[in-house]
Ligand binder design. Sequence first.
Ligand code: PHE
Length: 340
Amino acid sequence: MRDQLAKIKEEAVAALEAARDLEQLNEVRVKFLGKKGLLTGVLRGMGGLSAEERPVIGQLANEVRAYLEEQLETRQESLKSAGKESRLLVETIDVTLPGQPVVLGKMHPLTTVLEEIKDIFMGLGFTIEEGPEVETDYYNFEALNLPKDHPARDMQDSFYITAETLLRTHTSPVQPRTMERLAPRVPVKAIAPGKVYRRDDDATHSPMFHQVEGFIIDKGITFADLKGVLLTFVQQMFGADREIRLRPSFFPFTEPSAEVDVSCIMCNGAGCRVCSQTGWLEILGSGMMHPRVLEMSGYDPKEVTGFAFGMGVERIAMLKYGIDDLRLLFENDLRFLAQF
Ligand code: PHE
C-alpha cells in the first residue's frame, strides 16, 4: 500500500504539472482526490491491514492528500495569473495610434443672434424681463387693447389651451406684466426675449418662433427716441452704413404705429431678389404705447409716454446669414449648423 500511495503521489504530481488550464486541473483533482478518486480507492482497501499498520498507512495517506492539495492550489494560482497575463498581452494599448477626434460643438445661429441682440440692448441700458409662454387671454390680448372679438385678433391665429389661456402669440404681454409690477415708477427700459406661437407653417413662418420685445416708459419719450434706439440697434446688428425706414402701420397697442425696414443688406438698397427689388427689408413692428395700454397697467398717460417694438429673431438671423428657409433653423441638420 505504501507503494500504491507513492505511485499515486508521483502520478498526481506529474498530472498537475501537465494541466494546461483550470479545467484540466479540475479533472486531475477529481481523478486523484475526488470522492471516487484513486486516493479514496486506496483507503478503502485499509480494512485488510493489521491493527499496527492501519494508523501508519492512514497517516501516510493523509500526508499524501495534504501535499497534493497544496500542490493543486499552487498550480491553480499560477494558471490563473498566467491567464491574466496572456489577456494583458492581447489587450495591450497601442499608444501610437491616433486618438478619437473630439468634435467641438458651437452655438446655434439663433442663440448667437439672440445673444447679440441682448448685448446691444444691454449696452443701451435695457434690462431683461420675462413672461410665461402659456399666457392668459388678458395679458396676451385684452391688456394690449385687444378686447374679446376685436378683429385684429385674427392677425395672430392662436393655439388656445382653454377659453382663457393660450400659447402667447407675441412677447408683447410682457409689457403689461412689467408695467403692473413697476407702476407708477419710471423710467422703465426693458427687453423681453422669448418663444411665441402661431398657427403658421411655411418657408418663412414656423408655429414656434422667437421674438424680442422692447419698451421704454418715461416722462417725455417721443417718436424720435423710438427712431434713435432702433437706428442704433440696426447699425450695430447689420453694420454702420445701414439705414432704416419707418412705414405707417397698425397695432391696437401702439398709436401711431410703424413697421421698420432696414436698407437691404444684400444689395445695399439698389434692389435685388432678397428685397424683392424694393431695396428694403421689413424687420420689426413698433409704435408709441397706446394711452389705454399705459392706463390699464397703472401708468398715467398724461404724465408719461412710451414706445414699444417687437422683432422676430428668426427673421434677423435669416437676413444676417442669408438663410432662405426658416425651417432649416429647426431641423438640426449638422451639415447646415456647422456653417455658422
Ligand atoms: N407684437 C407685435 C407682433 O407680434 C409686434 C409689436 C410689438 C408691434 C410692440 C408694436 C409694438 O406682431
